[in-house]
Design a protein. Structure first.
Length: 328
């Protein structure tokens, strides 16, 4: 997908005589542009071109959603899950820079595959049983989920209207608890809550499901942190890979549509017949007109095409004037 930190360079000092037609008043230098190695045809931590004529190892290139660089799967520090198991990837460097993501990774990230044989030598990757450390981590997460479900159940019980005759009106009581619950969610920082629990940090890339961004905290402190790290786009649902893929699919469907058929569908039956007849007449007469040039071996000039359409319009007006309409 397109870079967030880049605008077109037309009209600035990089192109002396080329002016921007879209924004003529645009500055001479795009100070916000960030030119990474991709602009010079180099990718990944290996800084190699793609396709690489010297690389004989078949490997998939994956784009980091933060820095937008492309990486070989074998250079991510972890074996990527199956392509259908994750939607987005954050590279090693971006995980180290955006260290807060490790707090979310323990609960949201898709675990990588375990490498059995050398990826470079064998090219074989298998899923294996979890290690003792992974099993402990799973048990710990299960305990956290159990505690969260318990807290949600307690909140639901508090929201249940009381049947006691001496209690307040059930509707009022439920409304008060709902407002308090929303208020608590607004002031509680999800990130701090996750950071209070032990999370495992590794020097690897991480892989994420499609809806993980919606679970990021948006409290005032976290939004300030995103701005400082220049990753505000992480909370934008329109920035996700899935959103770009859907947009690309929609654009392709628009391009595949026939403008003539769209015009016909917007007309009534009489208008459709008249337009088709006019189109067939134009096609037949233009073909006959151009065939003369082909037979004579002469070049068709702009004046010839202009003369044809003038004559075509003249013949059309004469046909229209000769038409008589009768009412029964």
């Amino acid at each position: 997908f397109c870079s967030r930190n880049f605008r077109c360079d037309c009209g600035n000092s990089k192109f002396k005589n080329l002016q921007c037609k879209l924004l003529p008043e645009k500055g001479k230098v795009n100070s916000g542009n960030k030119y990474n190695d991709n602009f010079y045809g180099l990718y990944c931590t290996c800084k190699r071109p793609y396709p690489d004529p010297e690389d004989e190892i078949p490997d998939e290139m994956i784009q980091c959603i933060v820095c937008e660089d492309w990486f070989h799967g074998r250079h991510l520090g972890a074996v990527p899950p199956e392509s259908g198991d994750f939607h987005e990837m954050v590279c090693q460097a971006c995980m180290n820079r955006c260290h807060f993501l490790w707090a979310y990774a323990s609960q949201l990230a898709v675990p990588p595959l375990t490498k059995v044989n050398s990826f470079e030598d064998e090219g074989i990757v298998l899923k294996v049983e979890e290690s003792e450390e992974q099993k402990k981590e799973i048990k710990k997460e299960s305990g956290v989920e159990h505690q969260e479900r318990k807290e949600e159940k307690q909140m639901e019980q508090l929201n249940e209207p009381s049947t006691s005759s001496g209690s307040a009106c059930p509707e009022v009581k439920q409304t008060i608890f709902s407002v308090l619950y929303i208020f608590v969610l607004m002031i509680v920082c999800k990130l701090k809550e996750l950071q209070s629990k032990q999370c495992l940090k590794k020097d690897t890339a991480t892989f994420w499901p499609s809806n993980w961004r919606s679970k990021l905290c948006t409290c005032e402190d976290c939004l300030k942190m995103y701005a400082e790290l220049e990753v505000q786009f992480l909370t934008d649902e329109c920035d996700t890979v899935l959103a770009y893929e859907n947009k690309g699919t929609s654009d392709q469907e628009t391009e595949r549509r026939d403008p003539l058929m769209d015009t016909l569908n917007s007309m009534n039956r009489v208008q459709q017949v008249e337009l088709i007849c006019e189109y067939n007449d134009l096609k037949t007469e233009l073909t006959d007109y151009l065939r003369r040039f082909a037979d004579e071996g002469t070049v068709v000039k702009r004046e010839d095409i202009q003369h044809f359409f003038e004559e075509f319009q003249s013949r059309k007006r004469r046909r229209t004037n000769r038409m008589q309409y009768y009412c029964s």
